[in-house]
Design a protein around this ligand. Structure first.
Ligand code: F6P
Length: 497
């Protein structure tokens, strides 16, 4: 059993006091890596806390496990697989890196062929996938592809036909490329959306719709079986987990929309963060420090949630991307040895977009009874074309909110108007939002999840929790399933028996 007692026994000093006690606090608790400034000074992390977490990391062999991950050991023990997403950016075991480079070369050639109109004119790219096969590409295209009008890219995940209906209304079937993204190539929603798109193409006079399909998958045989020509299958390795897969061929819509050079920059930015994570002492290591703060709040202060807020429209999809990354990875109840963890694991990740969120959910953050560690994300260089005042307002709002959460305001005469303060926040400030910096940022989150997982003793790389619901939905779709009276009644009411 891990000894958390030192961490639990740390004195609970107020944030303002921590600043008053140590004039160097800001310097000690902020870092600059890969064009990103990280500031944890408005969290309750202290030098003592960091030292205690370093001891815990030693006890849990974080350094050994980190090396094992990069070296291609089967650290995903429950699935007996290596974890190869870092190899996609050139960091990892030599043969995994070489294979990823081969797959990338293949992807690049196919993109060149599409650009040379080898499949006829392509104007629209319809990417169907779900979970990790949609959230990452969607984030990249939305964050970086706004000014690029060459291809109109739509990413559809929901099995609700309205999602496809919307796209069918605006896309021309004759110039649409269907991209089917599924690691397993068996996911019900994705396969149904892919089949409906083929039917739409057929109904609209496309003679050979399968000739306009590209498959992104770790199961190429299944894609061939489904009807995709081998030359249009872009494989990736089984060791790349769904929520870690945007670096692989799953990133295809981003690569075609942004161009190969930008995609390569994304990988290079992530590789820079990989090297930082791998080679830097933990007290100066961005993913490790962020994880220490996460664990401090979940294990010591009883926080059940954490909330990243993107103060940049281009990062509006980041909170939902992080929800899968963090909760699917660390929302576990047993350790790698199959024992109950015996302590809280991943907090619930929520969050949103600033400044909108200030006028909706920030009431709870400032005065509610839940303590929520907030994360502000902002970019110094504006993405808009409007007067400077917009961006100035945006950034100042982010910074002022962090200050207000920490400072609070007493009001002995009117408790309804009092702010308790001492509420933690961290700030992640990007110099610019380009492919390279975004790559580094996403890799930072991946490694932060890894450190959280190792220190909790759990496997961050499986996701068996999603299987039971899938199984029961499949049984129900076949008219079977042994359901309780409530569920049976709902199925009957909706006329689905
Ligand atoms: O149901 C969860 C999940 O397996 C995710 O882990 C994954 O990202 C998503 O489904 C999609 O899976 P696939 O890429 O195999 O279609």
């Amino acid at each position: 059993m891990t000894d958390w007692s030192t961490i639990e026994a740390l004195p609970q000093i107020k944030l303002e006091q921590l600043f008053a006690d140590d004039l160097e606090r800001l310097t000690k608790l902020s870092l600059d890596v890969a064009g990103i400034h990280f500031d944890w000074s408005k969290t309750h992390l202290t030098r003592d806390a960091i030292t205690a977490f370093e001891a815990l990391a030693k006890e849990m062999d974080l350094a050994g496990k980190r090396e094992a991950m990069f070296a291609g050991a089967h650290v995903n023990v429950t699935e007996d697989r290596p974890v190869e997403h870092t190899a996609e950016r050139g960091e990892g075991k030599a043969d995994s890196v070489a294979r990823a480079a081969e797959f990338h070369a293949r992807m690049r050639m196919l993109i060149d062929a599409i650009e040379a109109e080898a499949f006829g004119p392509v104007r629209h790219v319809l990417h169907v996938g779900i979970g990790g096969s949609a959230l990452g590409p969607n984030l990249l295209v939305d964050a970086l592809g706004r000014d690029n009008e060459r291809y109109d890219v739509a990413i559809v995940s929901n099995v609700d036909g309205m999602a496809l209906d919307d796209v069918f209304e605006r896309f021309d079937p004759a110039t649409t490329l269907l991209v089917v993204a599924s690691k397993t190539f068996t996911t019900t929603e994705t396969m149904m959306n892919a089949e409906s798109t083929i039917a739409w193409m057929q109904e609209n006079g496309v003679e050979d719709p399968y000739g306009r399909v590209i498959a992104l998958t770790a199961a190429p045989d299944k894609a061939v079986e489904w009807g995709v020509d081998e030359t249009r299958i872009l494989p990736f390795s089984e060791g790349v987990g769904g929520r870690y897969s945007l670096w692989s061929s799953i990133g295809f819509p981003a690569a075609i929309k942004l161009g190969w050079d930008q995609f390569a920059e994304l990988l290079e930015g992530a590789a820079e963060m990989d090297r930082h994570f791998r080679l830097t002492a933990l007290h100066e290591n961005a993913p490790a420090l962020a994880a220490f703060a996460d664990l401090y709040y979940t294990q010591v202060r009883g926080c059940e949630t954490r909330a990243p807020f993107a103060y940049d429209e281009r990062l509006r999809l980041l909170p939902s991307y992080l929800q899968q990354l963090e909760m699917e990875s660390n929302g576990k109840g047993v350790t790698v040895d199959g024992q109950p963890v015996g302590r809280p694991t991943a907090p619930i990740t929520w969050g949103g977009v600033g400044t909108d969120a200030q006028h909706a959910v920030f009431q709870l953050l400032h005065q509610g009874t839940h303590l929520v560690p907030v994360e502000f994300l902002a970019v110094i260089e504006a993405g808009d074309t409007l007067a400077e005042e917009h961006h100035r307002q945006l950034l100042l709002n982010a910074f002022a909110q962090g200050a207000a959460l920490m400072k609070g305001r007493a009001n002995p005469d009117d408790p309804a108007r009092a702010y308790p303060g001492d509420r933690p926040s961290s700030t992640i400030l990007l110099d610019v939002l380009d492919a390279r910096t975004l790559g580094a940022l996403i890799a930072f989150y991946e490694h932060r999840v890894f450190v959280n997982g190792v220190l909790l003793g759990i496997n961050s790389f499986d996701q068996f929790g999603v299987e039971l619901g899938k199984e029961m939905a499949k049984a129900a779709a076949k008219g079977g399933g042994d359901f309780d009276p409530s569920t049976t009644d709902l199925i009957r009411r909706a006329g689905l028996e």
